[in-house]
Design a protein around this ligand. Structure first.
Ligand SMILES: [Zn+2]
Length: 305
């Protein structure tokens, strides 16, 4: 049976964030039992005995692997081995790819990504550490709307999203080429034996197509980065607004809660929560508001099966 687990649920910086002394981060440090800390977003899914598939590779991946029995090596398979059968990249953001560098140690890996994401990683000398042995790294090209199978019975369909390559790919002499939607940023629809879950931690907009896809799912994991559009820009001068960096906020007339009010079939779960988002406090009014609207905030360790 298809199952999916979240080994972390936080947006970039994790929670609390190392350099943040905001009331939420401070209260989490003081009373982690009331406001739990969260690792960077990391999902893993599997079905039957066909191995474990990671969605992206977070900067906390080493700890997330050690915390999850299904991801540990086994002495019955020799000295060096891993149950990780593949890593599906939905973008090239550092929080999505840094964990790949933690998976070197000459371990053969299979990485699914768009051609654009592959080009970005192959241009970075750090990633040569994953290609020291012949056959160490196997790339599988994926594209928006084109289903591919993993394991024995899991069908994955990349969901085309608007979005550009991350800031580090820019180069003043040669601005990064313009890309089609879905080349830099994807969601993922995962299905097996008639059950479907959508993984969309980065939502720049909500189209009618996306709404009908959501309505066909049993569970949807949705971008919960920000509560409000101005939330990040209020923390530090020069930081952008939520919508400018590809995240629809939860609140407001055109926020995700309002826009997805008509979606009633699936279980609705927010993931990728930024350390500035007041819903992190289970006692907050904002948390109550989204729960009253039928949403849940996934904790680290959340499991779907
Ligand atoms: Zn903070």
């Amino acid at each position: 049976l298809l199952s999916l687990k979240l080994l972390g649920t936080a947006a970039g910086g994790g929670f609390p964030q190392w350099n943040c002394a905001c009331p939420l981060c401070n209260r989490s440090r003081q009373s982690p039992s009331k406001i739990p800390a969260r690792l960077h977003l990391q999902a893993v899914f599997s079905s039957g005995g066909s191995g474990q598939f990671l969605i992206n590779a977070s900067p906390d991946l080493k700890f997330q692997i050690e915390s999850e029995p299904a991801l540990k090596p086994s002495s019955s398979r020799g000295k060096r081995n891993t149950p990780i059968a593949g890593i599906i990249l939905t973008g090239a953001d550092l929080d999505q790819v840094l964990g790949l560098l933690l998976l070197r140690e000459f371990q053969p890996l299979r990485v699914f990504s768009t051609a654009a994401v592959r080009r970005v990683l192959e241009a970075n000398p750090f990633f040569r550490m994953l290609q020291r042995l012949p056959g160490q790294l196997t790339w599988v090209e994926i594209a928006g709307g084109q289903p591919f199978q993993v394991g024995e019975s899991i069908l994955c369909t990349p969901i085309t999203m608007k979005g550009s390559l991350p800031y580090y790919t820019r180069n003043s002499a040669d601005e990064s080429p313009s890309l089609e939607d879905g080349e830099a940023c994807l969601g993922l629809l995962i299905e097996s034996e008639g059950r479907r879950i959508a993984y969309t931690p980065s939502l720049p907009d909500i189209t009618d197509d996306l709404k009908s896809l959501y309505e066909s799912c049993d569970t949807i994991l949705v971008d919960g980065t920000f509560w409000s559009d101005a939330e990040l820009s209020q923390t530090q001068a020069g930081t952008p607004r939520a919508r400018d960096i590809g995240h629809i906020p939860m609140s407001g007339e055109d926020g995700s809660v309002a826009q997805l009010k008509s979606i009633t079939r699936p279980q609705k779960i927010f993931i990728h929560i930024n350390n500035t988002n007041p819903v992190l406090d289970p006692e907050s009014l904002e948390r109550k508001t989204i729960e009253d609207a039928g949403w849940q905030i996934a904790p680290d360790g959340w499991q779907w099966r």
